[in-house]
Design a protein around this ligand. Structure first.
Ligand code: AMP
Length: 364
């Protein structure tokens, strides 16, 4: 079987690496000649909306998936006419637009921070009469890793914030004073089978994920599972989904969902019976899903903008180095380290060492 992937970065790379033992082949469309995944399959080199390349991708692949949610809607619709694309064009359309996504959560009774649709500075002034400061203005589209976001501390910030976001269609939402951020990853196949991973507890800085830790037996697991299962069923979803949530007073508020494999689940490579990457492939190919049982204590640390010497990582027990073959650049995720240990003390020690190394080489 051949899997087509839109995008050739680290997520595509880890999908391909998970697919080789299953005998899968890959065909990857990416505009960059040296994207990290393109030497792991056939590379279609060109723009994401190149109709000739999309046709070739659809003809050669048994199923097409993607590693980023900003795939243009018309591309997903075009591919859908010629082949199977998972997750569906509909799931993509909801996830791409923060307003549509937040309205969708509301329709499904999944709680969120208070929010409002913003098309003008007047809308913003009006909305901030009911939403308390601080708040965040976020562009509806093309936002990830904290991009396209401005914090509003008082009414004096509104005009400047609207200018800095260049007046694009946006939402404003109340700033959540959360106890912690968590995500839940779940997978559904076309037969309707669903499996859930244990919650991941996530630390972000400047809007970018730094550290994730698997939280087995978390008190909020059932609540998170309830929300993500509603999403999966309503969207008739196929593949892996990541739902990001804030914990406030023992309750979860939904922030956003990603219709793809997710950075907060990289620990599943070493820390789960079946990784998120393998389970995504199993789902989109209509295969039985694998166990999500956790193997000990597990988590991951991102390396952003810079790297330590490899031997500094490789000399530490319980760590697994994943280099993305990307040239280090400010703010760019270039590697992660997965950590897995049989006891908590060994896990924490390796985790702290990796956090220290990541901070030293950090350029974000
Ligand atoms: P996003 O692009 O929406 O995932 O935001 C990136 C990160 O910014 C989140 O993981 C949070 O750490 C932070 N953030 C986003 N929205 C809010 C909010 N309403 N309240 C508090 N922090 C937020």
């Amino acid at each position: 079987m051949k899997v087509g992937i839109l995008g050739g970065g680290q997520l595509a790379r880890m999908l391909a690496l998970a697919g080789y033992p299953l005998g899968l082949e890959f065909i990857i469309l990416d505009p960059s000649k040296d994207a990290g995944a393109v030497n792991l399959g056939e590379h279609l080199h060109g723009a994401y909306d190149d109709k000739a390349l999309l046709t070739e991708l659809a003809e050669k692949a048994d199923v097409v998936t993607y590693e980023f949610e900003n795939v243009p809607a018309e591309v997903a619709i075009f591919l859908n006419k010629h082949t199977q694309i998972y997750p569906s064009a509909n799931a993509l359309a909801v996830a791409q637009d923060r307003l549509v996504e937040k309205n969708f959560f509301h329709q499904l009774n999944i709680p969120t921070a208070p929010f409002a649709n913003i098309s003008s500075v007047e809308d913003l002034q009006e909305a901030m009469k009911t939403i308390a400061y601080p708040a965040i203005l976020k562009s509806r589209r093309m936002g990830y890793d904290g991009k396209g976001q401005v914090i509003l501390k008082s009414a004096d910030d509104l005009i400047k914030a609207w200018e800095s976001i260049q007046g694009v269609p946006s939402i404003v939402e109340g700033f959540v004073d959360f106890k912690r951020e968590v995500s839940i990853l779940a997978v559904r196949n076309p037969q309707g089978e669903i499996v859930y991973y244990p919650l991941s507890e996530n630390e972000h800085r400047h809007g970018i994920l730094r550290v994730s830790q698997c939280r087995q037996h978390d008190a909020l697991q059932q609540q998170a599972q309830g929300y993500v299962s509603i999403l999966l069923k309503k969207l008739d979803y196929v593949g892996l989904i990541a739902l990001e949530l804030f914990e406030v007073n023992g309750q979860l508020l939904a922030n956003e969902f990603a219709p793809r494999v997710h950075n907060s689940g990289h620990w599943t490579i070493e820390g789960s019976e079946t990784s998120q990457f393998e389970n995504h492939l199993r789902a989109i190919l209509g295969l039985p899903l694998g166990s999500t049982a956790t193997l000990g204590f597990t988590g991951m640390v991102n390396f952003i903008g810079g790297l330590p010497e490899s031997k500094q990582i490789l000399s530490i027990e319980h760590t697994h180095y994943h280099l993305y073959n990307k040239i280090p650049r400010k703010g760019r995720k270039v590697a992660h380290v997965g950590i897995r240990a049989d006891n908590e003390q060994q896990f924490s020690s390796a985790l702290q060492t990796m956090i220290g190394l990541a901070q030293k080489s950090d350029n974000s």
